[in-house]
Write a protein that binds this ligand. Structure first.
Ligand SMILES: [Zn+2]
Length: 204
């Protein structure tokens, strides 16, 4: 069910940390050799040779991420989500945040609303890709819409597929605010929607 559409814009970019952490998760789960075979097939061997974790400001053509997601979907079917989920959690835990993000965190201690801080952080993080962020507050969390999603635009699937972003959002809320949430993607650009929509709800 996976295919790509709308590849005409070759300038589209995404975070380098997404494919980087997906490849790391693949090595952890299926081993170095199997990962090598897959990366060689799509001519992305260089992802395995990165010595340092890319920073959040580094970008890569979206095309490369889509190639990686597509081959994994072809080989592993829906189990592919395991790689992206793990990648999102690992990235949230390990990635170094730029100073601008740390400033938002410091400010947020004055206002004491993690949800509003998350909106600012999302806007800052998604700025390089021209992704717009909208947020509606709920009593026990928030709903956020992300236009021009850096994970899935250009893909066509039969269910929401932004597993990296879902676990990344949950992971950074845990890391930055020490709050446990469940994150569910309820609408997705890959399903033909105009935006991806995530429900971020406090765990009880
Ligand atoms: Zn999505």
């Amino acid at each position: 069910m996976w295919s790509s559409v709308g590849r005409e814009n070759s300038q589209d970019l995404t975070y380098k940390i997404i494919p980087y952490f997906i490849v790391k998760a693949m090595v952890d789960i299926i081993g170095q050799n199997a990962t090598k075979v897959i990366l060689r097939k799509i001519d992305m061997f260089n992802l395995l040779e990165l010595r340092e974790t890319p920073s959040l400001d580094e970008t890569i053509p979206l095309e490369n991420l889509l190639r990686l997601m597509e081959i994994n979907m072809k080989i592993f079917g829906e189990s592919y989500a395991v790689f992206s989920r793990k990648a999102g959690y690992d990235a949230a835990r390990e990635v170094k945040f730029p100073d601008t993000i740390m400033n938002i965190i410091e400010d947020s201690s004055k206002f004491a609303d993690w949800r509003r801080s998350m909106k600012k952080i999302s806007e800052r993080l998604l700025a390089p890709f021209g992704s717009r962020v909208e947020q509606n507050l709920l009593d026990d969390g928030y709903v956020t819409k992300i236009y021009k999603c850096p994970e899935c635009r250009g893909l066509k699937t039969n269910k929401p597929c932004c597993y990296f972003l879902s676990s990344f959002i949950g992971g950074i809320i845990k890391r930055l605010f020490n709050i446990e949430v469940n994150v569910n993607e309820v609408r997705c650009i890959a399903l033909g929607e105009e935006f991806c929509e995530f429900r971020v709800i406090l765990k009880r």
